[in-house]
Design a protein around this ligand. Sequence first.
Ligand SMILES: [Zn+2]
Length: 333
Amino acid sequence: MKYPEVVPMVLGDTVIPPGSAKTVDLQIARLLSGTEIHMPVHVFRSEKPGPTVLLSGGLHGDEVNGIEAVRRMMSLRLFNDLPCGTVVAIPIINVYGFLFFSREVPDGKDVNRSFPGSTQGSLASLVAHTLTDKVLPHIDLALDFHTGGASRTNSPQVRYDPEDPDAIRYARAFGAPMSMASSLIPGSLRAQGRSMGVPIIVYEGGESMRLEESAVKDAIRGTKRLLSSLGMYAHKTPKVRGLKDRHGKGSAPRHLSQTTWVRAEASGLFSFERESGQAIAEGELIGRIRNPYDSYSVKVFAPFDGFIIGHNNMPLVHRGDALFHVGRESDWP
Ligand SMILES: [Zn+2]
């Protein structure tokens, strides 16, 4: 990919010349108290031309590991001496959700289902519109940092659009312990990126509302590797962290496909015997559901040889609830 000679970037009303760094507060809307809410956007520019990479967190306000990953990369001054190109860092897209410990904005809408958004829409739509209108037109590729769900731990992983060869390439360069294809959902940031020619890969690690150091570290290591592959990181790149096979041997990053959920066959107290990031063998005992009055106990078995992508931390589950997200190991496309 060839990048044009560097020209000043105009974000909102702010001009950011090559070789400078600025923070731009994009105004979104007011809380009912009248307090204005901004989305701070941090821009770091090299004097040399190169890709413009968006690193974003907090699209879901309770997904703290993604927020911490972007914050820490800025704190580590990772982007202050870029050999080329531009980094646009947004630690929290959904400031409203973050304030209220919520995945959604206060009216209950998911920003990641509200793209492209509009100036006349709901709060979620306004947040989405700000990104679509003011940020994405500048971006060549993006890394969107998420966490796991509520009470659900995800093994550090990258998800890419299988229809987009660029996204596949960037996911491979990131080198997460676990990677998998994930089709685009209408209204999502990734779908919006696709429609604007911006490949976006998603990182997930840990559980919402719980800071997990290893998930933050894997996010930072992968970002360094991806930036390095773009010529935007001049320092030593960290080694890829692998996952052991079910014999406790080997240590390799794993690419997974045929992902599925193992669901509860009964309601009761759930305990997991295997967890996210671990290899499983077909028929292996991976969890138990026990009736709290001890009238029955149900074993949960692995459906095939593979890896656990995510597991449920809830001690009480109902019949049909998702217990384990699992996938088979496979080659990259
Ligand atoms: Zn999320």
